[in-house]
Design a protein around this ligand. Structure first.
Ligand code: ADP
Length: 394
């Protein structure tokens, strides 16, 4: 009988699950989508199979169906030894992963006002998993925890100080598990101690963020109080002039509507008028669709500005590292972005960039580049699995 670790990531209408053995080999994964909708469905990529879900299926039932599928495949023959949950917001309470107790659940709930779309559904996942496996230790791994090392000058907004004191208005940062993985993986690849590595980590997926990591800890990051700030994203605007709220109010668009537009109708989708998907945009740009080409230009220029900005927090740079669906796969984005930064001495090797660093140990810079540039596939599930085991079996 094999000891296993279960990793759960509940989104607003999705549930991702991954099963690892205790040497951190991935045994299986599953994705349930469109939860709560008529056409809810779930599947496993390997072995490739659909997992039957009832119409309108909720997170709790989806979790049950996924666990049953793992059991039917003979992958989960006994209860897991620990379960790790991705939790989006840990506020200032959680600087590291936490073994879940009733007090921890209450603290996660207390952070929900900072992440009303995420923390409640994360809690639903935890509660459903506790019902299924009441004896198994469960661990919350927070997107924000890695960034709790930010210095005050990096996390404070220039707002009335009481907003921070009374309401916790500050930069928290997200994608922490991914940025932490990138720092550790870069250290491993460069054979440096994890607490001596300094990198700029660009996580470019549907959500995008960039983090400056000095001596292994996060010292600046682009996402803020919420995951809306910073880089251009699939449907999110990233940085805008806050004066926009008042301007649009004059046009009859209220704050709630602006919030929806900035989150759902902006970014690559808003600029191109076509899609939030970078791969499709690149194809359309190649076919001469100008708004798609423009969306890519804005994306890359914003990213280049942020790479420059992250340097303000570093005294040395071991590598600029790209990850996420776009970071790992778009040679075009990497090339265009670093094209804006020639003054800083970045220089890419066109051939290894095209091959995403696959034959060069992740390296895509050329010999005369002032800094290393690398492509490293992220693995947030693995970080959560490790933290789950560490926090539950110290
Ligand atoms: P999520 O944040 O939802 O996990 P991913 O990390 O999977 O998202 O990233 C999704 C993005 O990666 C999409 O914009 C997708 O088009 C882009 N992407 C994936 N493969 C490629 C590719 N070959 N070229 C360009 N973009 C790609």
């Amino acid at each position: 009988m094999e000891d296993t670790l279960l990793v759960i990531n509940c989104g607003s209408s999705s549930l991702k699950a991954a099963l690892f053995d205790t040497s951190f080999n991935k045994l299986a994964s599953a994705l349930a989508e469109r939860l709560g909708k008529e056409d809810a469905f779930a599947s496993m990529p390997s072995p490739s199979m659909d997992i039957p879900l009832q119409s309108g299926c909720n997170h709790r039932d989806a979790l049950r169906a996924v666990v049953t599928a793992f059991r039917d495949q003979g992958l989960l023959t006994a209860a897991p030894v620990a379960i790790g949950h991705r939790v989006v917001h840990g506020g200032e309470t959680f600087r590291q992963a936490a073994l879940i107790t009733d007090d921890v659940l209450q603290a996660i709930e207390d952070c929900a006002s900072l992440a009303p779309l995420h923390n409640p559904v994360n809690l639903t996942g935890i509660e459903a998993t506790r019902d299924l496996f009441p004896e198994v230790p469960q661990v919350a791994v927070f997107d924000t925890a890695f960034h709790q090392t930010l210095p005050k000058h990096a996390y404070l907004y220039a707002l009335p100080y009481r907003f921070y004191q009374d309401w916790g208005v500050r930069r928290y940062g997200f994608h922490g598990t991914s940025h932490q993985f990138m720092a550790n993986e870069t250290a491993r690849l460069l054979e440096k101690a994890p607490d001596q590595i300094s990198v700029i980590s660009a996580h470019l997926g549907n959500g995008c963020s960039i983090t400056a990591i000095r001596d292994g800890v996060s010292v600046d990051t682009s996402m803020g109080l919420t995951p809306l700030e910073g880089l251009v994203m699939g449907t999110r605007s990233g940085d805008i002039d806050p004066g926009l709220f008042d301007f649009l109010k004059g046009k009859g668009i209220n704050a709630e509507e602006v919030h929806r537009i900035l989150n759902n109708d902006s970014g690559l989708l808003g600029l191109s008028g076509k899609t939030n998907d970078m791969r499709s945009l690149s194809e359309q740009a190649e076919d001469g669709h100008e708004p798609s080409a423009l969306a890519i230009e804005v994306f890359c220029f914003r990213l280049a500005r942020y790479i420059g900005a992250m340097m303000a927090s570093l005294t040395q740079l071991d590598a600029l590292v790209f990850t996420g669906g776009i970071g790992e796969n778009s040679a075009l984005v990497r090339e265009k972005t670093l094209g804006h930064l020639r003054l800083t001495g970045f220089s890419l090797d066109p051939s290894s960039n095209r091959q995403h660093g696959k034959h060069t140990g992740g390296r895509i810079d050329q010999a005369d580049s002032r800094f290393r540039v690398m492509v490293i596939p992220t693995n947030e599930e693995l970080v959560i699995a490790r933290e789950a085991l560490d926090a539950s079996h110290p």
